[in-house]
Design a protein around this ligand. Structure first.
Ligand SMILES: [Zn+2]
Length: 111
């Protein structure tokens, strides 16, 4: 069985220590049993449950208020970036023509 890469630094030097996985590169340790759950938690999904990845183009699934402006449903978002750390509840960043780069929630976009 191959061991998973470190969820923190993504290096591939993981070894097992009892029920723990250990990364010698950044000294992160994690529970082997929670690995599957952790991987699932790392997946960002759109409003329809499709997996989103860096570089995807998506569309806005509902009208979004942005100050005085509204980003209309169906507006294209180019080249999204999945944020490793959420910013005020937003887990994506993407470029919208006319608005620039915006923080977005994966729950309001679809592929
Ligand atoms: Zn690591």
């Amino acid at each position: 069985m191959s061991l998973p890469v470190c969820p923190k630094c993504h290096e591939d030097y993981t070894y097992e220590d009892g029920h723990l996985y250990v990364c010698p590169m950044c000294f992160h340790t994690w529970d082997a049993h929670s690995q599957a759950a952790a991987e699932e938690a790392l997946i960002t999904r759109d409003v329809n449950g499709n997996e989103l990845q860096d570089g995807d183009d998506v569309i806005i699934a509902q009208d979004l208020k942005l100050g005085k402006d509204t980003i209309k449903q169906g507006t294209k978002v180019k080249g999204i970036r999945i944020l490793e750390v959420e910013y005020k509840g937003h887990d994506l960043q993407g470029r919208v023509d006319g608005f620039g780069t915006l923080y977005l929630k994966s729950s309001v976009v679809k592929k």
